[in-house]
Design a protein around this ligand. Structure first.
Ligand code: MG
Length: 277
């Protein structure tokens, strides 16, 4: 079996050169990248990003959507502000997703990713029905750009996400599985969720976390890979069973020196486990 490449989640506004140097020095050859803000999505910037990633020999495999006004300060804030789910910004953000799809196409990236926000468990709920319609519209837009759309796990239980994906019913819709998010949001045990979501998982984040005392109400705590409650050995064995073939993308949502150190430690940790594949 061919070796799966390592990847890194990169926010371009936050020390891009340093991130790319880190990636290069650690033999990380792919990246998930947060889309720059609207005013930076210019032809010049597309060229600049292409050049910088090419020089670092890092391939962008997914461009993630992010929107002004999103807040991850608490689970309740996420519910109010993140993704397409909040009603007051849903239509405007759908338009922006299409712009991001075009921006990705110009960069030569064939997948966009996003947090949809909290998908309601009740299929008769108005928000559920609106999200269904908007996701179909976005999938069809991405299809015309020869792209896939990956929804990131975390906010809802795996059963709700799988039901939603089946209801959207588009072949270019898949899942970016973040095992730590399942724990951080209290959305369910990650390995059984991965097994349940199965072949819909086409990309992942290697991120770890510890459960909160009151899962689903309070945030769990994100920690460096290998020190949390994600069982990475079981995670990789399950991915292998599923025939997973995409990068192992490291995400560490802190900044500064400690982030770099933790990324280095994670690469060493994942390299030890990679022989599972
Ligand atoms: Mg993630």
């Amino acid at each position: 079996m061919k070796e799966l490449p390592l990847g890194l989640f990169i926010i371009p506004d936050d020390g891009l050169e340093m991130r790319l140097r880190t990636a290069k020095s650690l033999n990380i050859t792919t990246a998930h990248v947060l889309t720059p803000p609207r005013k930076q999505r210019t032809a010049d910037n597309i060229q600049l990003l292409k050049t910088k990633f090419k020089e670092a020999t890092v391939e962008i495999t997914i461009l993630f959507c992010g929107f002004e006004g999103e807040s991850y300060a608490s689970i309740a804030e996420v519910e109010k502000t993140v993704g397409l789910a909040p009603e007051q910004t849903g239509n405007e953000r759908l338009r922006e997703c299409k712009e991001i799809s075009d921006f990705s196409a110009a960069l030569g990236v064939n997948t966009i990713g996003m947090h949809m926000g909290f998908i309601p468990g009740d299929i008769n709920n108005d928000t559920y029905q609106r999200l269904l319609k908007q996701t179909r519209e976005l999938c069809d837009y991405c299809r015309d750009n020869k792209q896939r759309l990956h929804l990131e796990t975390g906010q809802e239980k795996a059963e709700v996400l799988l039901g939603f994906i089946n209801d959207v019913n588009r072949v270019n819709l898949a899942i970016n599985f973040d095992p730590a998010n399942m724990i951080l949001y209290g959305a369910g045990e990650p390995i059984s969720a991965l097994r349940f979501l199965g072949h819909h998982v086409k990309s992942i984040h290697c991120k770890d976390a510890k459960w909160a005392e009151n899962p689903g109400q309070d945030w769990g705590a994100e920690v460096v890979c290998g020190q949390g409650d994600v069982n990475f050995e079981a995670f990789f064995m399950t991915l292998k069973e599923l025939g997973y073939q995409a990068p192992l993308t490291i995400e560490r949502e802190i900044s500064g020196e400690k982030q770099i150190k933790d990324i280095e430690n994670t690469v060493a940790y994942l390299n030890k486990l990679k022989n599972i594949f």
